[in-house]
Design a protein around this ligand. Structure first.
Ligand SMILES: Nc1ncnc2c1ncn2[C@@H]1O[C@H](COP(=O)(O)OP(=O)(O)O)[C@@H](O)[C@H]1O
Ligand SMILES: CC(=O)OP(=O)(O)O
Ligand SMILES: [Mg+2]
Length: 414
């Protein structure tokens, strides 16, 4: 079987390694996703599965890794073997890395020094960073000569005004890195760039809502982040699938004084709160929507309430609103959550086209506002992989300009 025709100029593999899943996309130079998919159930004891979302013609059927194969290494080895069989090993790998800290504010090669620094940030993003970096290490073992480029969720927010970055704690703690960073930056960059092609309003005062398993809202002015609901960690701000979002620090001190260990508190805040904790049923909005339980409806109501509060908190720094955009699994698919936020912003003259909103399903970029609305409302299916891949393409081009003879074909060492 031959390599994909559209990959003649080579491809870049974008990898988003999470706590239980590994999403990937193979991208050509022009930014088109040639092949995307996801390995799920990679947590210990999970049912590892491979799902191809955008298969190439002629590729083998999706492979079930089986219950015994539950590691990221196995999933990555499977992925590379598939690419190798197609003669489509990539020229570089682009990783979504959640935390870039103070130092990594632009895409860069993941050399040993950078990896050591990124490892030191793992306690700040325990649900993401260790898994992101494990993916880099696994690929370095499989394809040692292949350049790996890190693209950081925090980087989009690096130029936020200083007042947004400060935490009102003793000054000395700022020097230890205790500041607000903001996350979901690759997604926000994608939305910002995509919306710029659809609406001039996106260059004005915009609120972008990434509502997935993790969730945040971000205020942008002329496409640049000026404020966001996530701060020091990916635990701040909105209520999420299993994360609490912002909680009065006094409540946490209370629990610690009650004898809760730090580990128990961390586990509760990251993995047993949010939709899951409040409903007692599920972290998945689809399950809660389908449930007749009162606790499911209460959890959804609280999710919407926290979303309205956090979004409204961005209106003052923005001094108004020209455009609101939704993305992420909930933002793309849950018309009720979108309606709840839009209705609360009716006082700004925002008018949702209810029919369009109800019919919108995450298939492509869609306008959801009525023709007389003072604020535009958009749905934009996100593509974090594409943002990461284009950063890797830029890196490859810069390398080729500086050392054209050194670009060597990759060889799989498995
Ligand atoms: N059709 C749907 N209706 C409502 N919510 C959905 C739907 N599909 C997915 N979701 C929600 O989106 C979440 C996953 O969002 P996603 O952005 O894919 O998450 P992540 O990238 O953080 O893993 C699910 O947990 C679920 O709550
Ligand atoms: C930063 C973050 O919360 O990411 P995700 O939504 O992928 O969990
Ligand atoms: Mg996500």
């Amino acid at each position: 079987m031959s390599a994909p025709a559209s990959a003649d100029g080579g491809t870049v593999l974008a990898v988003n390694a999470g706590s239980s899943s590994l999403k990937y996309g193979l991208y050509g130079r022009e930014g088109k996703a040639l092949w995307t998919g996801c390995y799920e159930g990679l947590q210990p004891g999970g049912q590892a599965q491979h799902r191809q979302q955008q298969p190439l013609p002629g590729l083998p059927e999706p492979l079930n890794l089986g219950a015994n194969t539950n590691s990221f290494d196995a999933a990555l080895a499977d992925l590379l073997a598939r690419l190798d069989r197609q003669g489509a090993l990539p020229l570089a790998i682009a990783h979504r890395i959640v935390h870039g800290g103070e130092r990594c504010v632009a895409p860069c090669r993941l050399d040993a020094g950078t990896m050591a620094y990124l490892h030191s940030l793992s306690p700040l993003a325990p649900l993401h960073q260790p898994h992101n970096l494990a993916g880099v290490n696994a690929l370095a073992r499989l394809l040692p000569r292949l350049p790996q480029i890190g693209c950081f969720d925090t980087a989009f927010h690096a130029e936020q005004p200083a007042v947004e970055q400060w935490l009102p704690l003793p000054r000395a703690l700022r020097a230890q890195g205790l500041r607000r960073y903001g996350f979901h930056g690759l997604s926000y960059q994608y939305l910002s760039e995509t919306l710029a092609r659809h609406s001039r309003r996106s260059r004005g005062r915009a609120i972008l809502a990434h509502l997935g398993n993790g969730a945040s809202v971000c205020a942008t002015l002329d496409g640049s982040s000026i404020a966001s609901s996530m701060g020091f960690s990916a635990l701040d701000g909105l209520m999420m699938g299993s994360r609490s979002g912002a909680v009065d620090p006094g409540a946490l001190l209370h629990l610690l004084r009650q004898g809760w260990s730090v580990e128990r508190l961390e586990q509760t805040l990251y993995k047993a709160s949010g939709l899951l904790g409040v409903s007692g049923l599920s972290a998945d909005m689809r399950t809660l929507r389908a449930s007749p339980e009162a606790a499911a409806a209460e959890a959804i109501a609280l999710f919407c309430h926290r979303l309205r509060r956090e979004a409204a908190a961005l209106l003052a720094p923005l001094q108004g609103l020209d455009l609101l955009a939704f993305t992420g699994g909930i933002g793309e698919h849950d018309a009720g959550v979108r309606e709840a936020l839009c209705d609360s912003l009716g006082f700004l003259g925002l008018q949702l086209d209810r029919q369009r909103n109800a019919a919108a399903s995450g298939q492509g970029v869609q306008a959801l506002h009525s023709s007389t609305s003072a604020v535009e409302v958009w749905l934009v299916p996100t593509d974090e992989g594409r943002v990461a891949a284009s950063a890797a393409w830029r890196w490859l081009d810069a390398e080729a300009r500086s050392a054209p003879a050194q670009r060597a074909a990759s060889t799989l060492s498995v």
